[in-house]
Design a protein around this ligand. Structure first.
Ligand code: ADP
Length: 190
């Protein structure tokens, strides 16, 4: 059972590649950002509690995000999964490890998709034109998300690197090129 974490700054292409990889390797795909957006769209209490964080480009509280993933895994445990946008803090990574260990599972590899900042901003602004995501429309919010990524999320790479479960790919190039690089890493841990 393969559990893959796709990792990188906002706009690096995690979501697009996660969908393709999930199909190609027959894995589930969970995007915590998408789960949060769907809670907000459905107007749930959980959604309302997260609206502020998302619109400011801040991280949602670890406790809430971790419970969302725990819930998801209760009903999606018969095959492996691509985790897209999670874990995003070291605390999330630590709890995630325990959660997986409890069900006799583990992370196989975290793959970092490397994309320079100016390209990230360019891609997100482009996406914002038709994604309807308010957090993709404002350059200030985008820059703040990248800043939050640097300050709180980038260190999660060290966590997986320390246990030999970390790989990097170049996130520039065509979607097919990036997909092939990611597939190469996954094939090497299969
Ligand atoms: P992006 O990678 O472009 O920022 P996402 O859809 O992954 O897009 O996330 C959108 C927003 O959802 C984030 O800015 C953050 O507010 C929230 N979010 C998503 N995943 C997490 C997480 N694991 N921990 C905390 N907040 C999260």
């Amino acid at each position: 059972m393969l559990n893959i974490i796709l990792f990188g700054a906002p706009g690096c292409g995690k979501g697009t590649q996660a969908k393709r990889l999930a199909e190609s390797y027959d894995l589930y795909h969970i995007s915590t950002g998408e789960v949060i957006r769907s809670e907000i769209a459905r107007g749930t209490e959980l959604g309302r509690s997260m609206e502020g964080y998302i619109s400011r480009g801040e991280l949602a509280p670890d406790s809430i995000v971790v419970e969302m993933v725990r819930d998801y895994m209760r009903t999606h445990n018969d095959k492996g999964c691509i985790f897209d946008g999670f874990p995003r803090t070291t605390v999330q990574a630590e709890i995630f490890d325990k959660m997986l260990a409890e069900i006799g599972s583990k992370v196989d590899v975290m793959i970092f998709m490397d994309v320079p900042e100016e390209e990230l901003v360019r891609r997100i602004l482009l996406r914002g034109k038709d994604s309807g995501r308010a957090d993709d429309a404002s350059e200030d919010v985008i820059r703040n998300r990248i800043e939050v990524y640097r300050a709180q999320t980038a260190v999660v790479a060290d966590y997986y690197s320390a246990v030999g479960k970390y790989a990097e790919v170049n996130g520039l190039g065509s979607m097919d090129e990036v997909f092939d690089r990611l597939s190469g890493v996954i094939d090497s841990v299969k």
